[in-house]
Every structure is written in C-alpha cells, then in structure tokens.
Ligand binder design. Structure first.
Ligand SMILES: C[S@@+](CC[C@H](N)C(=O)[O-])C[C@H]1O[C@@H](n2cnc3c(N)ncnc32)[C@H](O)[C@@H]1O
Length: 294
C-alpha cells in the first residue's frame, strides 16, 4: 500500500482492482473492461495509458468525478452512456440517452452492405432508415467512398448525435440526415432518384420481450428505439409496404432482425415482390440479417 503524509493513496492499479471487485459484486457486465473504460474516461486518458501508469496516484478531484460514475455504473446505467461513446466497426461513435447504443451484431449488416456496394461500380445511393446514432450510415460512408447516404430517424435528439458522428468522421459531404417517419422525409428525385441499397436496423422487440429486457437496456435505452409493437414486426411491415417505390431495379434491402423473426420477415419481403431472399447468421450463429433484391 502507498501512503503519502499518512493518507492512503489510490494508484491506478489499486483503483482498478477495487472497481473490478465492486462491479463484480453488483453484477455489472464485463467488470474489468467496464472499470478500465470508466477510469480512462475520468482521467481523460486512453485505456492503454492505465497500464503504462499503473503506479500513478489519482488526485482528489478525479476521484470525486469517478465516484459518481462508479455509483451509476453499479446501478446498471450502461457504460457507453456514462462515457458518451462506444466502438462500432472500428470507429468511435458518440452516444447519448436519446439513441440506442450500437451493438456488435449490427456490424454484420454493415459488413454485408459494404460487401454489396464494393461489387458495384460508380456512385452508390444508400438509404439508412432508423439511423439513431448514425452508426450504420457513418460506417458505410467511411468504408465505401463512393456511397452517398441519406439517413432518417423520427427522433430529432438522436439525429443531433448522428450529426456529431457524421462531423467527427468528416462525412458531411456524403451523409445527409433527415428527420421523419421511415421513408417520409425522403423526396424522391431530389434526395436520390432511387436507391441501390436500403439498410435498416429497426425497433424489433415485441411487447412481451420488452418487459423481460435486462434492466440496463429497459431502464436506460429509448423505448422508441426498441419497441416494435405487439409482435415486434410493425416496422418491417411498414418497410415492406413501401420499399419497392424507393429501390432501383436489382437494388438491395438489408434488414437486421431479432431472434425467431427470419421466417416472417422473409415472408413479408416475398409478398412485397423482392427476390433472392437470403438470411445471414451472426457470430453467435443467430439469424441476424435478411437481404432481398427488387
Ligand atoms: C434499433 S434503433 C437503431 C439505431 C441505429 N441504426 C443502430 O443500429 O444502432 C431504432 C431507431 O429507429 C428510430 N425509429 C423508430 N421508429 C421510427 C420510424 N417510424 N421512423 C424513423 N425512425 C424510427 C428510433 O428513434 C431509433 O433511433
């Protein structure tokens, strides 16, 4: 133990050890990773710097700031909201309580989208419905310089966060954010004649599942980002009803889906006249993305 002037000193190493134990006792997800993220955020350091300064003492002011964050994390407030950012597709994406925290599963949809766009020549028109933090729109634009992206969301506050992400990643010239209900804000012919690709990670949690969500999700993430109606499929039905108007011939629709939704969503896309429908599994072997072509 290190003491200065009779006072116990909190070194990085000691603080981390204590936080890991505290988070473990509170059943916080990934206690070590969470502790490192919070401590690095409170110190305004990179995570790696914690390891290169293991014996450094943490000052009283930083300790006081950290204390509040640790308490909130112990009450299951998501770490991404506490630090205001998360990693998505190797990009730092800013998040706030008004938008869903991007999930690693959604990277699959982005991977498929980029793969598809790279097989086509020239400028590609992309529409990202339900953009939230803008993570899908930004990741596609960042990784495919020929993509021109329009992204829509109902929530103005989420779009303000998306705008920050678009700015931070230098994508203002190729990502346009529009506020409104699904396709509603898109002016055909002005925003794009039609789209080569439409991507969407909609709210898809059913009413029954919503009640059973982990409390760090249900109590903190916005309900309108999760609630897909009684059976979770409301938004898929609405997308299927209009997607044909907005896709170019042979254009692709990519939808993230929840557990057990693949067959119904496939049926909806077939009924909408889409063809070559494929379902892709994520790294956990769960059906996660449905794709169809006009
Ligand atoms: C599951 S979140 C996805 C956010 C982001 N695309 C992602 O993958 O992390 C769904 C988003 O859809 C938005 N939303 C819900 N209903 C909508 C609608 N009818 N039209 C447009 N956006 C909607 C919510 O505000 C929320 O930001």
């Amino acid at each position: 133990m290190v003491y200065i002037g009779g006072m116990e000193v909190w070194t990085i190493q000691k603080l981390l050890g204590w936080m890991v134990e505290y988070f473990g006792a509170k059943a916080v997800d990934s206690p070590r990773f969470s502790a490192e993220l919070l401590l690095a955020h409170a110190l305004k350091w990179k995570r790696i710097e914690l390891y290169t300064h293991f014996d450094a003492a943490v000052g009283a002011q930083r300790l006081a700031e950290l204390r509040g964050l640790v308490k909130r994390a112990g009450e299951h407030e998501p770490i991404a909201y506490l630090v205001g950012a998360t990693e998505f597709y190797s990009m730092t994406i800013r998040v706030g309580r008004e938008c869903l925290i991007p999930r690693p599963e959604t990277e699959m949809l982005v991977e498929r989208a980029i793969d598809l766009l790279r097989k086509q020549a020239g400028e590609q028109q992309v529409l990202d419905l339900c953009t939230g933090s803008g993570c899908i729109a930004a990741a596609i634009a960042k990784n495919h310089p020929a993509a021109m992206v329009v992204a829509t969301d109902l929530c103005e506050k989420a779009l303000a966060i998306a705008a920050e992400n678009v700015r931070t990643h230098g994508l203002e010239a190729r990502v346009r954010l529009l506020c409104g209900d699904l396709f509603e804000p898109v002016i055909a012919g002005l925003d794009a004649a039609k789209f080569d690709l439409i991507a969407c990670n909609p709210p898809y949690v059913s009413a029954g599942e919503y009640e059973k969500l982990d409390r760090n999700v249900r109590d903190y993430e916005p309900k309108k980002a999760l609630d897909g109606g009684a059976d979770g499929l409301d938004v898929y039905r609405r997308i299927a009803a209009r997607v044909g108007e907005f896709l170019k011939d042979d254009g692709a629709l990519l939808l993230e889906i929840g557990c057990g939704q693949a067959d119904t969503v496939r049926g909806l896309l077939e009924a909408a006249g889409l063809k070559n429908i494929q379902v892709f599994k994520d790294h956990a072997k769960l059906e996660r993305v449905v794709m169809g072509r006009k």
